[in-house]
Design a protein around this ligand. Sequence first.
Ligand code: AHM
Ligand code: MG
Length: 334
Amino acid sequence: MSQKNQTLGEFIIENQASFKYTTGELSRLINSIRLAAKVVNHEVNKAGLVDIIGKVGETNIQGEDQQKLDVYANNKFIQTLINRNIVCGIASEEEDNFVSINSQDENHQNKYVVLIDPLDGSSNIDVNVSVGTIFSVYRRITPVGTPVQIEDFLQEGNKQVAAGYVIYGTSTMLVYTTGYGVNGFTLNPAIGTFYLSHPNMKYSEDGTIYSINEGNYIHFPQGIKNYIKYCQMEEGDRPYTSRYIGSLVSDFHRNMIKGGIYIYPQTSQNPNGKLRLLYECNPMAFLAEQAGGKASNGFQRIMDIQPTQLHQRVPFICGSKNMVEKAEEFMRNA
Ligand code: AHM
Ligand code: MG
């Protein structure tokens, strides 16, 4: 039985048998993510002290400026996973193409691919706002021992075997699921150990927080505009309160704990919204559903969307079940 004060390492060993596939490989993979998270955490926490923040001068595939810590986190996670010989492929929001690992080695038996957003919300770093790492794990569908292919990464979210995030906040937490609920672990920085602090995390069915960048209001679809007005109306437990950090992991984390909805809709300028299906929306959708919540593009379950491109974007509505269903109703009826 999981219990508070258990370390993440103990929890992984104890729950290994309840993973869908019991080779221990997935446990080793989560362990590697834990390790990389600690290293990145150390660096993120130093950001205010040393002259590390600022743009590196590169532009990623989405046309955004990369900041130094993005690059650092990207390299750390990729290197840790490669060095520990645990996965057969990695796709990252910061890389144009996926990385194939040991593709020349016929004895290479690793079954899992990892998709990662190494440092989400990184435009917030220089103002000391929490950022996060988001990860998603699938079993490859092409034969083991052969080089990974694009189709190993373009799987529906409902095929994920694990997903989670690290939040570098007032404290650093690792929150993940392997399809048996969501558990949150808090890092004790003094000794570098994650402890189970939030066992079996659950969204309340109803919530009172709505999170959306209202600065884009005039560009939103009518259904979202109507839903925002509904949130602001005085009736029952409404008006809801508005909270928007602009850092997905932080907004999601707060809403999961307090009850709420996060929306990044399509806009007239960006018909698919901003967030990436594979690196951001699918892992968050898996966590949300495992916590009793819901994730939708307004009309369809996020995890049932067949991806067609690595860096594909999708409108995203995620959170407490009844709130998401209400927003979908507004979308349908607009
Ligand atoms: P990023 O991957 O470039 O960091 O962008 C994703 C971030 C999310 O963390 C956040 O929810 C969203 O962008 C905020 O966007 P906006 O500033 O348009 O509201
Ligand atoms: Mg991101």
